[in-house]
Each structure stands twice: as structure tokens, then as C-alpha cells.
Design a binder for this molecule. Sequence first.
Ligand code: MN3
Length: 188
Amino acid sequence: MYLHHDRHLQTYVDQLNKLLKDFPVYQDFSLEALLTNVTFFPKAIQTPIRNNAGGVYNHIFYFSHLGNPSTGHPIDLLADMIQQQFGNFATFQKQFFDAALSVFGSGYAWLVIDHAQVLHIITTQNQDTPIPLHVCPILNLDVWEHAYYLKHYNIRADYIKDWFSVINWDVANKTLLDCFAKIPRLPR
Ligand code: MN3
């Protein structure tokens, strides 16, 4: 985890800062704003900006939703919505597990909410973010091999199972509440 946070995330931060060095106007942009407006940049650096800003966004999201090990379950509104839309927590877990396992190569599994307040489990490739999909992310799981190789070797399934016991459901519920404030502004 330390290596993942201090080296992998830091590399994306350093690369993004290097790319933005000659564009002081954009240095105060949020990651969301950068990712939404990549076409403002010269063509040659649009893909590197997308990849590195995505790498920073996805990792910060991932690390900020982790906590101390617990047998925790979702709480409050998020618990109610999961119950309502997936039937029960175990069904949600199974669907999220299958989605995370299904990512071919590198990417992420996400729980997101759309403009109609419907929860979805989706996957993204590499450092793509859900931002262009016009959904609000609630939870994500990094399934790049670097996220689990040192501890779980090549067994992604074990890593996914372990991740469920370190989800910070309190933060995830707060993220959901923040999403409700953003939903009216999500493009359809
Ligand atoms: Mn990673």
C-alpha cells in the first residue's frame, strides 16, 4: 500500500505537473475540470494529460475510500440504496467482485450513480475515469497488477476479497451524499 501510494501515485502527480509546467492557466484547475477540458491542450499532449490526470484522480479516489480493517457494511443512505437496488449487500458484493475480476489487463471497478439516482457497477480500462460517462463515482477498486502483486501475487480474487474488509463505508456514504448535490448538474 505504501509503495502503491508513495511511488505509483506520486509518479502520476509528477508526470502531470511536468505536463502542466508550460500551462500556468490550467495549474489551478481541478482534476475533473482538466479531464473534462483535455481538448484545450495541444493535440500531442492530450493523451498524456488524460492518462496522468486520470491516474491521479483514480488513485486519490481509491486511497481516500480505504480505512482500517473491519467487517463493515455500508451505512445510512448507501446501505438503503444498495439494499433497494441490488436486493442485499451479498448480491452487490458478488456483482462488484465479478466486475472487478472481469477487467482484462489494467483498470478499475466502480460503483457510480447516474442522473436518475440509479446505482451501477462499471469498469474502466487503464487510467480512464468515469467522468466522461456523466456519472458520479462513489467507490472504486484499482485492479492494476501493481495494486496486489506484492501481497497476493497474481491472485486478483484474493485482493478483491481483502479490499472489501478495508472499505471506508463512512467516506463512501459521504461521497454518495456529495453526489446527490452534483446529480442535477450531470449532463445526460
Ligand atoms: Mn494503482
